[in-house]
Structure formats: structure tokens, C-alpha cells
Ligand binder design. Structure first.
Ligand SMILES: [Zn+2]
Length: 472
């Protein structure tokens, strides 16, 4: 048998259909053989995974890498180092940066920045904004993995970053959906109703509220539920493959279930670990550092969201990793509305989810489906990504499911670790111990050893990726 570059022996393979004992041989960046350890070919390098589990590397479809333009918050080197540390082998980057990704020129600029520095693979999500609607076909042809539209006008102090990425009324949103539908790509939407948020914010500010919980109250549950209702109806009308990013409430998830039961099948959902395990109490504890949009929710909504997640209603797991500097966050110390919204998540996602698995909330096959396989299928990368199978890219994370540890932001690779308070001090069970991207070890025992420039851009391999009804 031909020599392999690397073999992984002694571990348990986790796939969506189950967990089993097998070894892997990797050649030219791909999984070449999956067999009993004794049946593997000889290799240059042998990794002992005894007592560990081997999962497909996580695919995080919701990351803000911040470069170009906002590199005081994060850059392609640090964001992909954070990914490697967290067992994430592919990230999708959101289009709000400077310049915002609403033209092929801006797309190319970002691609070059990423290719020079990335340690893990990446996909680029382009903006679908009404002022740049004519650019959508060219952005798809350039390799955009999906499109994203914001439903609010840019924040006054973040005008440049969000320019040309939004639609603020249903007429223009419908037109954008129709344009994206023609590309066959996924349309991502941040679903919070702008009018409700603005009205609530104004009332709270007039009443003198500046405390952390005022942020949660300014973006009430109904703002999400109502925006989900509207966008799902517009998606049903236009046929676009709608993907609702960071769904935070059990109520919104239940509403999507109702639509699905009525035959609307072209809608998928993402949620993030923070919404599954934390509630608005965290706001009172870490204040501006936990300001994110949508906000952390009341306990009843969190519990209901986790229940819907476990039931399989929510298709994929993302992080909405969106760093800001500690200095910017501190501006919200006495006035929560002065802190920018967003928090880090790449290095905490897998430990948090492994902890839920250790508690018996769900099993590891379930976790690999929502954290890797489904994103690959939804965005047209499967089975090259998101699978442990012969012929697939050897994007793998080796996990110690029993390791007890305390999450410590001082060990993070994200650039502004001093701002990463959301899960700091959290007691976790389970940790990634090695990450491989296309057969190259990029993280070993918590230390990132991958070289900038290792990461490559991924793009959907079929014109129309697997439709949502195939995913579920
Ligand atoms: Zn985001």
C-alpha cells in the first residue's frame, strides 16, 4: 500500500450517524484510508489519538475577521489562529469591514488579505445591499460563499463598515432576495426589526436608562420574532434560500417550525453557543463586554431555544465572533449604548458545546452534524468539507472529551483577548487538543503551530448547493 503522509491511530471517529473505532491515513491533504489501525499504510508521521475522539473540523459560518480596515479589532492572522485553537477548520467571514464587500474589487482585496495570512480555510460572504444590487451576479461568480443583508441602516459611527450592505424596507428586501435567488447562493439575514428596536431604544434613553439590561430591553424578543416572520414570508415568495443567522429565541425557532409545517422549506437557522447557555444575567455581570446584537435573552427564551436546538430545529452552529477593542467596550461602562455590539467566540464554541454534550444534552454525533456537516451541505462544500470520509479534505479536530478546564481569556489567540469576557472563567468539560487543516497540523496541545498562508478560500462547488429540505 502506498505510504501515507500521516496516520491517526487509536481514536474514536465521530460522524453524524455514530461513533466507531477506526484509524485514518492522510495523503496529499485528503483522507486516503479509513480502516482498523493495523490495516493502515505506513506513514511519515503517526498521531496517537488513544482516549480521544476525532471529529470533522468545525465550520463556523459566522465570523467577523475585521480585515481589511478594522485591524485594531482583529485580522486574518489572529482570527484564523483563534479558529485553529478552537478546532475550527473553516470560517465564513461577514462582509462588514472597510471597504465593505459589495463589489468584486472589495471581494478581491479581502481575498488577498486572507490568503496571505490565514491559518485555516475560509469562505467569504458578500453583501447584498440595495445600493449594490447589480453587483450580486459578479460577486457570486467571484466565489462568494453566500450573501448577507442587514435590515437596519448603518449605525452612525459605523457607516463606512456597513455601507451598501442593507435593505431597510420590505420592497427592497424582496428585490434583493430575488436577485440572490437567481445565483443559487444562500441569503443570510440578521433578523431583528429595526423599527421596533429604534422605538424601544428611544423610549429607554428618554427614561434615562443606561444600564446593561437596557440593551436587552431595547431589542426585545418580538423584534426577532416579527423580523423572522417577515423575512420567511418574503423568502417563500421569492424562493431564495434564506438562512437566519444567530437566532436567539425559542419563540423564533418555534415560528420557523410552524412555517415549515405549512410547507415552507427554503429556510434554515443558525444559533450560537452564547444564546444556548447564557441569559441576560451575564449582561449584569460583564456589562459592555457582553453587549451583542441580538442580545442575551431572558432565561425562559434561552431554555426554549436549547430545547429547539436539541430537537434539531436549528440547522447550524456559528459563533458571530465579532471582536471589538477593550477600549471601545469600556466606553459602555456607564452607558451601555456607547459600547459597540459584538464579542469573541471562536475559542470557546467547541469547549462550551463539548460541555453540553458531557452533561448529556446531546451526543457528539449530533454536535458534529450541527457544527460541521450541515454547514458544508447548506453552503455547497460537502463532502469535500464537513465529512470524515475517504476523499474528503483532512480537516479534523482531535478532542479530549473528558478534560476539565477553566476558560481563560489570557490564553486566547484573538487579538483583543482583554475584551473576551463572555465565557472567561467558565468551567468546561472537553477540549480540542489538535487541529488539522487539509492534513497539516495547525494546533497542538493548545498551541497554534500553523503557518499564515496555509488557509485557502472555499467556494460552493455546485451552482446550487443542497437545498434546505435535503439538509434536514
Ligand atoms: Zn455577525
Amino acid at each position: 500500500m502506498a505510504r501515507a503522509d500521516l496516520t491517526i491511530k487509536g481514536g474514536w471517529i465521530v460522524r453524524p450517524e455514530g461513533t466507531f473505532r477506526a484509524g485514518l491515513a492522510i495523503r496529499d491533504g485528503k483522507i486516503a484510508v479509513m480502516a482498523e489501525d493495523d490495516a493502515l499504510p505506513p506513514a511519515e508521521q503517526v498521531i496517537d489519538a488513544s482516549g480521544k475522539v476525532v471529529m470533522a473540523g468545525l465550520i463556523d459560518p459566522h465570523v467577523h475577521a475585521r480585515e481589511p480596515g478594522l485591524t485594531e479589532r482583529e485580522d486574518w492572522r489572529t482570527v484564523t489562529m483563534a479558529a485553529a485553537a478552537g478546532g475550527v477548520t473553516t470560517i465564513f467571514d461577514m462582509p462588514n469591514c472597510i471597504p465593505p464587500v459589495n463589489t468584486v474589487d472589495a471581494f478581491t482585496l479581502k481575498r488577498q488579505a486572507a490568503e496571505a495570512k490565514a491559518v485555516v480555510d475560509f469562505g467569504l460572504i458578500a453583501g447584498a445591499g440595495i445600493t449594490h444590487i447589480g453587483h450580486i451576479p459578479a460577486l457570486a461568480a467571484a466565489g462568494a460563499v453566500a450573501f448577507k443583508t442587514f435590515l437596519h441602516e448603518p449605525y452612525p459611527d459605523r457607516m463606512v463598515e456597513f455601507g451598501g450592505l442593507y435593505a431597510t424596507d420590505n420592497g427592497t428586501l424582496m428585490e434583493l432576495f430575488a436577485a440572490v435567488a437567481r445565483t443559487g447562493r444562500v441569503q443570510c439575514v440578521h433578523a431583528e426589526d429595526n423599527a421596533i428596536v429604534e422605538h424601544a431604544t428611544e423610549k429607554l434613553m428618554k427614561a434615562g436608562r443606561r444600564d446593561p439590561l437596557a440593551h436587552c430591553e431595547s431589542r426585545p424578543v418580538i423584534a426577532e420574532v416579527e423580523a423572522v416572520a417577515q423575512t420567511v414570508l418574503l423568502a417563500a415568495h421569492t424562493g431564495v434560500r434564506l438562512h437566519l443567522v444567530h437566532v436567539t429565541t425559542g419563540s423564533a425557532a418555534e415560528l420557523v417550525e410552524t412555517f415549515r409545517a405549512r410547507g415552507i422549506r427554503n429556510v434554515t437557522m443558525e444559533t450560537c453557543p452564547q444564546y444556548l447557555v447564557l441569559n441576560e444575567e451575564t449582561m449584569t455581570r460583564v456589562g459592555p463586554y457582553a453587549r451583542m446584537s441580538p442580545p442575551l435573552r431572558p432565561e425562559a427564551e434561552r431554555a426554549k431555544l436549547l430545547a429547539r436546538f436539541k430537537a434539531g430545529t436549528i440547522d447550524v452552529l456559528g459563533t458571530d465572533h465579532g471582536p471589538h477593542t477593550a477600549a471601545a467596550k469600556e466606553r459602555g461602562r456607564d452607558d451601555i449604548f456607547q459600547a459597540p455590539a459584538g464579542a469573541q467566540g471562536l475559542e470557546t464554541s467547541l469547549p462550551v458545546m463539548l460541555t453540553l454534550a458531557a452533561r448529556g444534552e446531546f451526543d457528539l454525533p449530533f454536535l458534529t452534524r450541527v457544527a460541521s456537516q450541515t454547514a458544508a451541505r447548506l453552503f455547497g462544500l460537502y463532502p469535500r468539507k464537513g465529512a470524515i470520509a475517504v476523499g474528503s479534505d483532512a480537516d479534523l479536530v482531535i478532542v479530549d472529551p473528558h478534560r476539565e478546564h477553566t476558560i481563560d481569556r489570557r490564553r486566547f489567540y484573538t487579538k483583543e483577548r482583554d475584551a473576551a469576557h463572555v465565557f472567561d472563567g467558565w468551567k468546561a468539560t472537553g477540549a480540542p487538543v489538535m487541529t488539522l487543516v487539509r492534513g497539516t497540523v495547525v494546533m497542538r496541545d493548545g498551541e497554534v503551530v500553523g503557518t499564515p498562508g496555509t488557509g485557502r478560500m472555499v467556494t460552493p462547488e455546485r451552482v446550487a448547493p443542497a437545498p434546505p429540505e435535503v439538509i434536514r
